[in-house]
Design a protein around this ligand. Structure first.
Ligand SMILES: [Zn+2]
Length: 303
C-alpha cells in the first residue's frame, strides 16, 4: 500500500534564485541533496530517481493575492475555494470555508474509505482553552483534520508529543513551550524521525507549519533562516528514516517567504515537492486544487 506524508508549509512560493530569495541563500542541505538543487523556480520540472518538483498555481483564476484560508481549503478539499467565495480569504476560515472542509476534507474522505490517516500536529491544553473562549480560531488545516475525527482521526496532544507520536508546528517545541512549559525540547532531525514513524503506520499523515509564513511577514521574531533551518532538519530526519512505500509531499498555499524584499504574500506559484517511490505521480500537477483528488486517487479512494 502506498503511504504519504504531507508536509504543509505555509507561505512558500517559487521564485528565481536571487540574493533576495531565502530559499536560494539559506543552506538547506537535506532538501538540496534530495532535489538536486534549491527550492527555486530553476528546479521546477526536475525529475530524478524518486523526486519531482511541480509548480502549482495558487491564484486559481481569482484576482488578488492568494491567502491562507482559501488556499488551504483548496489544497485539502480539491475545491476551488477562492472561486467559490469570489475572493481570496486570509487567515482563518469562516462558516462557508469551514463547511467545505467539513464535507470534503481529504483526510475525512480517505478515513471514510478505510485508510489510516493522522494529523501529526500536537496541541496544548491552552490552545483548546483559547478556542473555547473564542479568542482563537482553527486553521483550515486543523478543520480538515477535525472533519476526519468521526472516521477515526483525532487531534494529538502533549502526551502524544512526549511519546514521539506527534510533531509541533515549530519543530523544536520552543514556541509551544511558552504555552506548555513542561514539554521537552527536541532536535529537528529527531522531530522528523517522529513524523516518519507516524507515517510508517498510516496511509496519509498531515503536518502543518506556519513558521515560514510568519518569517515572510517578519512576525513574532521568526527569520527566514530559522524557519528554513528547522524545516530542512525535519526533512533530513524524515528522509533518514523513510519507511518503505512512503512518499513525502511538501506543499504550500501561497507565496511569501521567497520574496525577501517585502513582507507580503505573492502571486508566485507554490512548490509541490515529491520525494519517494510515488513522486512521479505528482509531477504533472499544475494547481493547488489538484492535489487532494490526486492523493485520493493514489490511495485508491473512489472520487
Ligand atoms: Zn500570510
Amino acid at each position: 500500500m502506498r503511504r504519504y506524508l504531507l508536509l504543509f508549509v505555509d507561505g512558500v512560493g517559487l521564485a528565481p534564485a536571487t540574493s533576495a530569495n531565502p530559499l536560494a541563500t539559506v543552506p538547506m542541505p537535506a532538501l538540496a541533496s534530495a532535489l538536486g538543487g534549491p527550492l527555486t523556480s530553476e528546479s521546477v520540472g526536475r525529475r530524478g530517481d524518486g523526486v519531482a518538483l511541480a509548480a502549482l498555481d495558487a491564484t486559481l483564476g481569482v484576482p488578488g493575492l492568494p491567502q491562507s484560508a482559501t488556499g488551504q481549503t483548496a489544497l485539502f478539499t480539491g475545491v476551488n475555494a477562492p472561486a467559490a467565495l469570489g475572493r481570496h480569504v486570509a487567515a482563518f476560515p469562516g462558516p462557508r470555508l469551514a463547511a467545505l472542509l467539513a464535507a470534503g476534507s481529504v483526510l475525512r474522505r480517505a478515513a471514510e474509505a478505510g485508510r489510516r490517516v493522522a494529523f501529526a500536529n500536537a496541541f496544548s491544553p491552552a490552545y483548546f482553552e483559547e478556542v473555547a473562549a473564542g479568542r482563537r480560531r482553527h486553521s483550515a488545516t486543523t478543520l480538515a483534520a477535525l472533519a476526519a475525527v468521526a472516521a477515526g482521526a483525532r487531534l494529538r496532544d502533549l502526551d502524544d508529543l512526549a511519546a514521539g507520536r506527534a510533531c509541533s508546528w515549530d519543530v523544536r517545541r520552543d514556541h509551544l513551550r511558552r504555552f506548555a512549559p513542561g514539554v521537552a525540547p527536541v532536535a529537528d532531525r529527531e522531530a522528523g524521525g517522529h513524523l516518519a514513524a507516524l507515517a510508517a503506520t498510516h496511509h496519509l499523515v498531515l503536518w502543518e507549519t506556519f513558521m515560514t509564513d510568519l518569517a515572510g511577514h517578519l512576525r513574532r521574531g521568526w527569520t527566514a533562516a530559522e524557519a528554513l533551518e528547522r524545516l530542512d532538519g525535519l526533512l533530513d530526519g524524515v528522509l533518514a528514516a523513510l519507511p518503505a512505500g512512503l512518499t513525502v509531499l511538501l506543499v504550500s498555499d501561497h507565496g511569501n517567504l521567497e520574496a525577501g524584499e517585502h513582507p507580503r504574500h505573492t502571486a508566485n506559484p507554490v512548490p509541490l515537492l515529491a520525494i519517494g517511490p510515488d513522486a512521479a505521480a505528482f509531477a504533472d500537477l499544475a494547481r493547488v486544487d489538484e492535489l487532494a483528488p490526486r492523493l485520493l486517487a493514489r490511495l485508491a479512494v473512489p472520487l
